[in-house]
Design a protein around this ligand. Structure first.
Ligand SMILES: [Zn+2]
Ligand SMILES: [Zn+2]
Length: 367
């Protein structure tokens, strides 16, 4: 029995769809049959070669893709439940983090697992040996023994749930780290997948106003549908106008929180300038090393501002993401976010479209 995986042999080149033997899971492991994998910004960066997987210990060839969902397909011996203790059987719909922590390094044992020294992550392992299915652009994904997994209700469509294990859980975790609570104001810089999830979560939590900034009109329209109170077009305003707009919308104070999910470091000084005194800046978008930006640090000092960088998440954030989708899955147009879908064999076309930022999330659907 064989399954397909889109293999990245060399960053900067197209991926190649190949067939690999479907692995039999070891004791405690789980083989997931994937049904949807969204293309996240970091997949595009890794494909182009400007996000260096090798710096994270990555091997080539590998399989890109990490924002995914599917069905439990084969359970290794000893697996009877998911991470929440719910019974788990082949055919159950599941989500899972795209990485695991070792559980025994100084970071893991010191209450900060996201700093794990021996992180295992999708897109980092070699695709040329067992278990082959090491990324989401594939028919299967292999969860090694002890990898967390959460069963989801069958009536939660994959178009809604596919973004849970990267973008939405990342936002849930970022909000946790920054202490976002209802009644506070938020500026979202960037209305791609992460920005739209941030907007919906903030809206559902009762943050107000939620102000979303982006350069693409269609994304801003979608942001409105995800609960933005005010949308601002980057192309139609100057930095001074945007800062004044945020000030006016927040009673002259500035925003309590700003989250940057643009991936463009130029957004950072502008966002910091939109914060009120004592405000918190949540940085999630900038993942490419070597990018710099001029910054006047006295604005952070005299403004008593906090900058919080967030990468990866702990499992409770994915549990929150799932609960959020169960409650609000039909309130916000999550399916519209990934309305542009491609079959796996057209993965390069899908990557090119995702690179062009024409759609908030391009998705691969597996039969
Ligand atoms: Zn991602
Ligand atoms: Zn560790």
């Amino acid at each position: 029995m064989y399954g397909r995986a889109a293999v990245l042999e060399q960053p900067g080149h197209d991926v190649v769809v190949r067939e690999f033997p479907v692995p039999e899971p070891e004791p405690g492991a789980i083989l997931v049959r994937l049904t949807q994998c969204n293309i996240c910004g970091s997949d595009v960066h890794a494909w182009r070669g400007d996000f260096q997987l090798k710096e994270l210990g990555g091997e080539l060839p590998t399989v890109l893709g990490h924002e995914m969902t599917g069905e439990a397909f084969r359970l290794g011996s000893g697996v009877a439940t998911d991470s929440l203790g719910q019974p788990l059987a082949p055919g159950d719909r599941v989500v899972f983090p795209y990485f695991t922590f070792c559980g025994r390094c100084p970071s893991c044992t010191n209450g900060f697992p996201i700093g794990c020294r021996h992180l295992r992550m999708a897109m980092l392992s070699g695709a040329d040996r067992f278990p082959y299915f090491v990324g989401g652009f594939a028919d299967y994904f292999y969860l090694p023994p002890a990898h967390p997994i959460i069963k989801i209700p069958r009536d939660l469509p994959e178009t809604v749930v596919a973004g849970a294990n990267c973008a939405l859980a990342q936002i849930c975790y970022g909000f946790h780290r920054a202490g976002l609570v209802g009644g506070k104001s938020l500026v979202v810089q960037g209305a791609g997948g992460l920005g739209l999830y941030a907007t919906a979560l903030a809206n559902a939590r009762g943050l107000a106003p939620v102000i979303v900034i982006d350069a693409v009109t269609s994304r801003l329209e979608l942001a409105r549908a995800f609960g933005a109170d005010i949308v601002v077009n980057l192309r139609e305003t100057t930095p001074t106008e945007r800062r004044r707009l945020v000030s006016e919308a927040t009673g002259g104070l500035g925003a309590d929180f700003v989250v940057d999910v643009t991936g463009n470091p130029a957004a950072i000084p502008e966002g910091l300038g939109m914060l009120r005194v004592g405000g918190k800046y949540l940085e999630i978008g900038s993942i490419n090393r070597g990018q710099t930006v001029p910054l006047d640090p006295s604005r952070i000092v005299f403004g008593n501002k906090t900058v919080i960088g967030v990468s990866l998440y702990e499992l409770f954030a994915l549990v929150e993401a799932v609960q959020f989708l169960i409650r609000y899955g039909s309130r916000y147009p999550f399916a519209e976010m990934t309305a542009t879908t491609f079959p796996l064999e057209r993965v390069n076309e899908a990557l090119r479209l995702a690179d062009g930022r024409g759609a908030p999330r391009v998705a691969l659907r597996m039969p």
